[in-house]
Design a protein around this ligand. Structure first.
Ligand code: GLN
Length: 174
């Protein structure tokens, strides 16, 4: 098993803190070469348009598209990371900033059988429209906010910002 965190922009350091906490070694991914041998890749929250530009500039975009087609890796995307996966070929429809602008950021209790008492930090979060082949692992009211689909796990909130480790642990067991 080899875990990578995309480290071009956004909350990659915070994902690293979670992996340190659960004693999971990882590499920071900045170039195509860094993808070599990975079994798991995390794309953090941040700003998806900037992330997309940087991914294209570094040549990582094309590589990831190929890997997603071949289903070579397991992918976890939080917030902007989820938006990137939807653009790269995951069967997920997202509405960017679907819960409002930065000033409408909020923290909310989520409903999840798998992760009781899960808390959600929402910062310009995308709203997910669930596709048929998806499993909803957490909701906020009626809204799906943590989705598993095949090799993907995507959250519209940020477990990495509140010291939550269970979602990462679940991802690594995938
Ligand atoms: N709304 C942002 C975007 O579109 C994502 C925000 C986030 O990752 N917290 O990129």
């Amino acid at each position: 098993m080899k875990v990578g965190i995309l480290a071009l922009q956004g909350s990659f350091a915070e994902h690293g803190v979670v992996l340190d906490k659960i004693k999971q070694p990882f590499v920071l991914v900045k170039t195509k070469q860094d993808l070599e041998g990975l079994t798991h890749l995390i794309i953090p929250g941040g700003e998806s348009t900037t992330l997309e530009k940087l991914l294209k500039k570094s040549g990582l975009w094309e590589e990831l598209e190929k890997k997603i087609k071949k289903k070579e890796l397991k992918f976890f995307g939080t917030c902007a990371g989820a938006i990137i996966f939807s653009k790269l070929g995951m069967d997920l429809q997202v509405e960017r900033n679907g819960y409002g602008a930065q000033q409408n950021s909020f923290v909310e209790k989520l409903e999840s059988e798998m992760f009781p008492e899960l808390g959600g930090v929402f910062i310009r979060a995308p709203r997910f429209k669930v596709q048929k082949n998806s499993k909803i692992l957490a909701r906020m009211g009626n809204e799906p906010v943590l989705i598993e689909q095949d090799k993907f796990l995507t959250s519209s909130f940020h477990p990495e910002l509140i010291g939550e480790t269970r979602v990462h642990e679940y991802f690594l067991k995938k």
